[in-house]
Design a protein around this ligand. Structure first.
Ligand code: PHB
Length: 393
């Protein structure tokens, strides 16, 4: 059943973080990773950072896991749900990858989870936060190295309460991730006396924010909670400041609002407080080593997206080690990942029964181009895993 047993000689690009060289590899001696990520569109930067983080860990292992050379098949999913089934099925059926790593957009990952579940291909999700893949869609062969949409938003709710914001307006893209983020935020403020007075949305990936900013200005809330990421976050933060709202109505958000995009946001982001499972200045030994290695490989600092890619690779490496690289022994790989402690730059974490990280959510404040660690907004939080009945294996 597994292509890995085929004896075939071919040439691959064995890529270190900095250089690529063509080397012959026996098919039986390789682990073929399908990287399905957005490399274009509003989330392109997120996809690129995930890939860099993933490859950094693999390169640190000499480009080999459990004695096998890691090779890649790369697909740009464009954050386009309508193309997702075709894209993932090509990876599984045509390219016969051993494991899929992806993606960023919650709508796209749903199609990937469906295909992974029915084909039993190992899937590690290095970003997309939809609660459902570790809820009703959960499966033994599906893991997440990132977060659930609920988590940072729940932390932001706690931050809003701590700040004493009573009347809050939420703004987000109208798709699964935005909706789940609002659910988390509302649970974070529950029972505090704070409330959401209006949920404003724009279709994904629209960045025409003017009408929405006019509404905020008329509603005069105590604060605004925003869910946007990548290029859309840059546009929103800049438009919010340009409209003069930053001076009168504090803007908070899930940390994606300022993550990996501070240079582009410039002065408009200064002082913003957000919540996320990573921050600058965590200063653990693991984080310091990761940041130094990342900077050496890529000449720039990492962000949460790179951390999630790095941790996806750590999870794969640990699983494969348990079976000596035998992909046919999937139950052994699954058990090893389920029970491991991931030694992440964000802080060590374990996975929930539904295979999603249980982790701390940090409050961060933008200062001098960094999302600086301020405090812990929510400690050791899991995620909703509604309807997850893990199939026996
Ligand atoms: C998602 O679609 O789950 C998603 C995408 C980008 C983010 C956060 C969540 O920054």
């Amino acid at each position: 059943m597994k292509r890995v047993f085929a004896k075939r000689l071919f040439s691959v690009s064995a890529c270190l973080a900095t250089a690529c060289a063509s080397v012959p590899v026996l098919a039986a001696d390789e682990i073929k990773v399908g990287l399905m990520l957005p490399f274009s569109g509003t989330y392109a930067q997120l996809g690129e950072a995930v890939e860099k983080g993933f490859k950094l860990h693999i390169d640190e292992q000499g480009g080999r896991l459990a004695g096998k050379t890691v090779t890649y098949v790369r697909v740009d999913d464009e954050s386009e749900p309508s193309k997702a089934s075709d894209n993932v099925n090509k990876l599984i059926k045509r390219d016969k990858v051993d494991v899929i790593v992806g993606t960023v957009h919650s709508g796209v990952v749903m199609a990937m989870a469906k295909a992974a579940k029915s084909s039993k291909t190992l899937l590690i999700i290095p970003h997309a936060g939809t609660d459902e893949v570790t809820g009703a869609m959960c499966a033994p062969n599906i893991f997440r190295s990132s977060f659930s949409n609920w988590q940072p938003a729940y932390g932001a709710g706690k931050l809003a309460v701590e700040k004493g914001y009573k009347r809050i307006v939420t703004v987000s893209w109208k798709y699964t991730a935005g909706e789940e983020s609002l659910r988390g935020f509302k649970e974070g403020i529950k029972g505090s006396g704070s409330s959401v007075v209006s949920d404003l949305t724009v279709p994904f990936p629209n960045t025409e924010f003017q009408a929405l900013l006019t509404q905020i200005s008329a509603l005069k809330p105590d604060a605004v909670y925003a869910f946007f990421g990548g290029a859309g976050a840059v546009k929103f933060v800049k438009d919010y400041a340009a409209a003069g709202l930053g001076r009168t109505i504090p803007l908070i958000g899930s940390g994606f609002l300022t993550e990996g995009v501070l240079q582009a946001e410039g002065a408009a982001a200064e002082g913003l407080q957000t919540t996320l499972h990573y921050a600058d200045g965590l200063n653990s030994e693991v984080d310091k080593a990761f940041r130094a290695a990342y900077a050496k490989a890529y000449g720039a600092g990492p962000d949460v997206y790179a951390v999630q890619g790095y941790d996806a690779a750590q999870m794969l490496a640990h699983g494969l080690k348990a079976t000596g690289g035998d992909l046919g022994k999937q139950a052994g790989i699954v058990k090893a990942i389920e029970t491991m402690t991931v030694n992440s730059p964000r802080g060590a974490f374990k996975l929930s029964k539904a295979h999603s990280p249980v982790q701390d959510i940090y409050t961060r404040t933008v200062a001098s181009g960094e999302n600086r660690y301020t405090s812990i907004a929510a400690k050791g939080v899991g995620s909703p895993s509604d309807g997850c009945a893990m199939a026996a294996r």
